[in-house]
Design a protein around this ligand. Sequence first.
Ligand code: ZN
Length: 139
Amino acid sequence: MEISHIEHIGIAVPNLEEAIKYYENVLGLKCYKQEVVEDQKVTTAFFKAGDTKIELLEATSPDSTIAKFIEKNGGRGGMHHIAFAIEDGVANALKECEDKGVRLIDKAPRKGADGLQIAFLHPKSTEAVLTELCENPDK
Ligand code: ZN
């Protein structure tokens, strides 16, 4: 697979409004989009830091993976996943990962936030960091 850059860093937050204040008022980044992703049961907020985005994730339901992550983390948020931009396509990358014995969370690309096609690799196969592969279908 061909990775062009870190597309975004996903950060779980217990309170999206509070978290946005920090990113805007302290770091001086601008939240350019908020989006509910129904099938992941999250509300996301996006910032740009150069070519890399920051994706804040707040659970919309107690059975969201983000809610479980925060619960395990003692009620605090924290870094949740790293997402790479894949130049030659997420489907190709998934096939390559599967051939190399990597455990996949998603067997095929699906629609993620911010118009991307995405798939997750299991942290058991990725040195314990939840890893997302992304491609921008409009590019
Ligand atoms: Zn993400």
